[in-house]
Design a binder for this molecule. Structure first.
Ligand code: PMP
Length: 430
């Protein structure tokens, strides 16, 4: 039955399958977005009782709301182990946080980034001053490539970008080792913790991160919340990310002076309820981290092996199948396009997974090159070609969801889909 998890999500969703059965929807797509925690809903409920904009009001509700907002910031700071001098800036999500940082780089900063990054962390950097390193196939290769890239850098500021846990394979990256390397060369490092934060403790000091970003909707809080945390000097010297109310110190006829601190980049009326919700998720995670990890380890234990044991299934790793990973696995099924596998899983078994390239095109292209002739390639017309299926587990899952998945994949690999599907004009399977 698994380990009891004190942190609970909303109850399961009923889901009809093609043959008319109603099953509980098995959401195996937590890596995309995770359902709200009950603690998050309660926190939002409480905070809506003092619904008012922050910082500018003397009214009681505004004062309470302001306190909630700053308490949320403190909770997030605790969640990531923020150091004195770090800023905690609320953003819309990881994409927004990375883009904010890209706009805050000192003049001439060079960026070094691995091709394995999610597009959010791969793309926002300055054209012409960004070095993209090929996907490294071992931790040593990652360190060697980074070392060489850093040796070749000039005396300008350098930012290294690395993801702590891959959204494609779940593999944990040797962040501390890469951070130490970066620092030995006088560079800074930003860590994309979007997939780490829902599964493992996040600690800026242990990671050696100068900056870190993650998204609320992946830690069981609502959409539209995220964080950039890190060293204040670059952020305080940068142009404001959202010039406007709240970010200004003084506005006169010839222009504006800007505040320092988080306010500099949080112009406009902030997402108070989002911040409160995110903080509630962070607090829940800090309190129940051990139980959450145990629950997920129990669910994930043996899943990769069980999939690999099915004839025609291939799972993918950047480094190796033995690399520690968060409960995420990407696979293909020989002879069946990934989008057909995902469609059949949903319609015939009530299982929700993701298929595609997971906003990590260079990485998925590299990984799927490994497959031998006759792999999942999908139809030659190109639709679905070069894509894979991703399963990502979380607090909304029970062991039955995982056993259902393995049985369904076994059936699909052996006998194919139960139903006839044809690709519609819009490219989807009907
Ligand atoms: N980085 C990683 C590793 C991710 O998995 C994601 C979300 N798939 C992102 C960044 C982007 O997150 P968001 O869409 O919330 O900005």
């Amino acid at each position: 039955t698994g380990t009891p998890v004190p942190a609970t999500v909303a109850a399961g969703l009923p889901c009809a399958t093609l043959d008319g059965r109603t099953v509980e929807h098995a959401n195996l797509d937590h890596g995309a977005s995770a359902p709200a925690l009950t603690a998050v809903k309660q926190a939002v409920d409480t905070a809506t009782r003092s619904y008012a904009s922050v910082h500018r009001g003397k009214g009681h509700a505004s004062q309470v709301s302001s306190r909630y907002y700053e308490a949320a910031r403190e909770e997030v700071a605790r969640f990531v182990g923020a150091r004195p001098g770090d800023e905690v800036i609320f953003t819309r999500q990881t994409t927004d946080a990375m883009t904010l940082l890209a706009g805050a780089l000192p003049e001439g900063t060079e960026v070094v980034v691995f091709d394995s990054e999610h597009h959010a962390s791969l793309l926002p950097w300055p054209a012409g001053r960004t070095t993209r390193l090929p996907v490294p196939r071992s931790e040593d290769a990652a360190a060697d490539a980074l070392e060489r890239a850093l040796q070749a850098r000039t005396d300008r500021p350098v930012l290294v970008v690395v993801t702590a846990a891959s959204n494609v394979t779940g593999e944990l990256w040797p962040v501390r080792r890469l951070a130490d390397l970066a620092h030995a060369h006088g560079a800074r490092i930003v860590v994309d913790a979007a997939q780490l934060a829902p599964h493992r403790a996040v600690d800026l000091t242990a990671l050696g991160a100068d900056y870190l970003a993650f998204s609320g909707h992946k830690v069981y809080a609502p959409y539209g919340t995220g964080v950039l945390v890190g060293r204040a000097d670059w952020l305080d010297a940068a142009p404001p990310y959202l010039p406007g109310g709240g970010a200004t110190a003084e506005v006169g006829p010839s222009g504006a002076t800007w505040r320092t601190g988080a306010a500099r980049h949080e112009g406009g009326s902030p997402n108070v309820l989002g911040a409160v919700a995110l903080a509630a998720a962070c607090a829940t995670f800090r309190r129940h981290r051990e139980a959450i990890e145990a629950h997920e380890a129990h669910l994930f234990d043996g899943l990769v092996d069980a999939l690999e044991a099915i004839d025609g299934v291939r799972t993918y790793s950047i480094f190796s199948s033995a690399q520690p990973r968060v409960p995420v696995v990407t696979f293909t099924l020989d002879g069946l396009p990934a989008d057909l596998v995902a469609t059949a899983l949903s319609r015939e078994h009530g299982i929700g997974v993701r298929d595609g390239k997971f906003c990590a095109h260079p990485l998925v292209t590299e990984l799927l090159q490994d497959q031998s002739e006759g792999g999942c390639a999908g139809p030659v017309d190109g639709t679905g070609a070069g894509t894979a299926v991703r399963v990502s587990l979380g607090l909304g899952n029970r062991p039955e969801h995982v056993t259902r998945l393995v049985a369904a994949i076994r059936e699909l690999a052996g006998a194919g889909p139960r139903w006839e599907y044809a690709r519609g004009a819009d490219g989807t399977w009907q």
